[in-house]
Design a protein around this ligand. Sequence first.
Ligand SMILES: [Fe+2]
Length: 197
Amino acid sequence: MEYFTAKTFKIPELKGISGKNIEEHLKLYAGYVKFSNYILNQIGELAKDTEKNSYELGELQRRFSFEWGGMRNHEIYFAQFEGGPNALAENSNLRAMIEKQWGSFDAFLARFKAVAMTRGVGWAMLYYDKESGHLLTQWVEEQHIGHLAGLSPILALDMWEHAYVYDYLTSEKKKYVEAFFENLNWTIIEENFNGIK
Ligand SMILES: [Fe+2]
């Protein structure tokens, strides 16, 4: 059974992130969709005898969040490039919230970029918690470890080396972070924020 279908994205030519890198990256995304489906189907089969398959079921269930995260994180990531680069509108709700919380948009950017430089493979994320009314930056290890329960990322920066390995040396990941922000369509991120708010 196909629970999830890989999405397509209209990604324009990007500055500093090559079409080749995006093309290869999209293949990896498709793998996460495939294996999200695979795990659920495997669980369905093995659950016919939960006693006999208890160990395997436990391991598959544990692994599901990795594949799921890889699927959903990438969907947020690629969508952010659609429509081409767009600054965050001066009068936007999100800009007002960022400025309230960090003092200025630049101060927020500096904070977020520092999160992106965390050692390891994973994601720099920005969430909005409507319960407390705060934006939260977070590092998510791999695809799934450290996600904030109940929150959906509004901005997602993939910091796995596969996100930039065709364009930059692994020691140059800072350049990739800069390129990412050059290409962001902040209208999409604003929509993500308004959808939660
Ligand atoms: Fe990725």
